[in-house]
Ligand binder design. Sequence first.
Ligand code: ATP
Length: 278
Amino acid sequence: MNQVATLIFNQVSKRFDQQVALDGLSLQLYPGMVVGLLGQNGAGKSTLMRCALGIIEPTDGEVSVLGSSVSELSSALKMQIGYVPQQPFGYEGFSVAKALDLHRSFYPDWDMALETEWLQRFDLDPKQQVQRLSVGQRQSLALIMAMSYRPKLLILDEPVASLDPIARRKFMADLFDLALESGSCVLFSSHITSDLERVASHLALIKQGKLVLFKEIDALREQVKLLTIEEGVQLPEELQLLNRQGSKVLVDNFQQEFAGLIKAESLNLEQLFMELHS
Ligand SMILES: Nc1ncnc2c1ncn2[C@@H]1O[C@H](COP(=O)(O)OP(=O)(O)OP(=O)(O)O)[C@@H](O)[C@H]1O
């Protein structure tokens, strides 16, 4: 790939006292990717995102964003990054319109038409006071604020957790369109595997701070398989072992049948997640 990577993690570790939150994690994301980040509670998803934003510093390793070390990002590059945390965020005492006015003033590339369209999509009333919005409505407002300047890197920490199913579906579909249209790279975490399967171009799976799988969603079904094998069978070298329970073996990079293989099953994302953690 000749493009400049939007986000690079190079052997990044983060420890909080004795707690290892990220463990030698390497990852490269490029424009147009919509990357779903999946992992158990406490796996390190938020820590990864906060390192990518420069909110916290890694204990070891390097993070670079849009070609610059994250600790030395210029103001111009910072304006190319959008972020919605798990729990947004201030603007109490403001109406939705006033909050947007203020937020917009920081971003010269703000797309007013996009803002208006998304206010309507989320059915947000510009006259409503921010502190009277429901949790889901606040989340929607935070999303509009993070997306309306069409950032090159958009980081969303469980963006749809508080949205109702209709708003969630719409949001996910729009997110994908927006990324395609503007060449943005999107990194989002979600525990809703069906959303991930539907909209993400890539899956990044983390377990105890380690990246155990990073793959195009379309390649998952073909290459990640739950194998049942005969006792004592040696696995072919090309297979990458993800988990093992007796004769059941979860592998990546499956290519062809081999002697001693009884069965090879494809898994959906939820099944894969369960098998990886069994
Ligand atoms: N500021 C902190 N101080 C101490 N430990 C922390 C801090 N932030 C995160 N951790 C620990 O690091 C680990 C990873 O946490 P993180 O919030 O990244 O997980 P997560 O995958 O986002 O979880 P969830 O799905 O529950 O949001 C956890 O064990 C957590 O307790």
